[in-house]
Design a protein around this ligand. Structure first.
Ligand SMILES: Nc1ncnc2c1ncn2[C@@H]1O[C@H](COP(=O)(O)OP(=O)(O)OP(=O)(O)O)[C@@H](O)[C@H]1O
Ligand SMILES: [Mg+2]
Length: 242
């Protein structure tokens, strides 16, 4: 199967830092798989996610995303190209940041479509369907700031999918939730994978990782393990670097 997303030799050196946050990382993400990215605090997980998603531009290396219009060199896009790619092709579920407290649940989801030029009435109708699918019927008109953490993450998951994005990125989506609510949020993300989407999720939570198809482990900016779980067996290829 050819990869949906392909990273080669990704290196990220933040301005002013002497050591790179990520060094020569290569990774293929297959369509329809769920990939957990684990590692200690500061190991480069968020940096990798942001490079894969075109939020950051790498110091060196490439990221190629397959789209309906053909392959896109994510690392080479300018700012407007990257924000368009994120709006149209990718979905994001972060611990906080993308949703607006002052907007209602419905508006937070609909705005993702309206940014892509979908008229308000149609955007709101589709947003309403996604909120219902995520168990939020009756809360459409509630301001986001007046929802619980778990409810807000459901809104984020609706927003990530409403545009039809095939590739979802999540950074610690359950980090601020109690374990039961976190498990419910993960259920919803994995339901999206079961429906054919692809998920890259950064997590500290071994429970979350154990339910993904694959676990990529970072240490000091390099991949030190890449474990894939097949239905019957588990295979490990640990590539410890010298
Ligand atoms: N904007 C920045 N400028 C300079 N250094 C940064 C910046 N962002 C991250 N770093 C550094 O890059 C390294 C990797 O950071 P990153 O945020 O990717 O880690 P992480 O694995 O996501 O950690 P955490 O689990 O704490 O979220 C760290 O040493 C961090 O201090
Ligand atoms: Mg992080």
């Amino acid at each position: 199967m050819s990869p949906l997303l392909s990273a080669r030799g990704l290196t990220m050196r933040y301005p002013g830092s002497t050591v790179p946050a990520l060094s020569d990382v290569s990774l293929d993400v297959l369509p329809g798989e769920s990939v957990a990215v684990m590692g200690a605090s500061g190991s480069g997980k968020t940096t990798l996610l942001h490079l894969l998603a075109g939020i950051l531009t790498p110091t060196a290396g490439s990221v190629t995303l397959q789209t309906a219009q053909g392959p896109v060199a994510v690392h080479a896009l300018d700012d407007s190209g990257r924000s368009r790619l994120r709006r149209e092709e990718l979905g994001f579920v972060f611990q906080q940041g993308l949703l607006l407290d002052e907007l209602t649940a419905l508006e937070n989801v609909a705005v993702a479509l309206m940014l892509n030029g979908v008229p308000r009435a149609l955007a709101q109708a589709q947003a309403s369907q996604w909120l219902a699918a995520l168990g939020l019927t009756g809360l459409e008109d509630r301001r986001l700031g007046a929802l619980s953490g778990g409810q807000a993450q459901r809104v984020a998951i609706a927003r990530a999918q409403v545009t039809g994005a095939r590739l979802l990125f999540a950074d610690e989506p359950t980090g601020a939730l109690d374990s039961r609510t976190g498990a419910e949020v993960l259920d919803l993300l994995l339901a999206a994978v079961a429906q054919g989407r692809t998920l890259v999720v950064v997590t500290h939570d071994a429970q979350v990782a154990s339910r993904c198809d694959r676990v990529v482990t970072l240490s000091d900016g390099v991949i030190v393990a890449d474990t894939r779980r097949t239905p019957a067996t588990e295979t490990t290829s640990a590539k410890a670097r010298a």
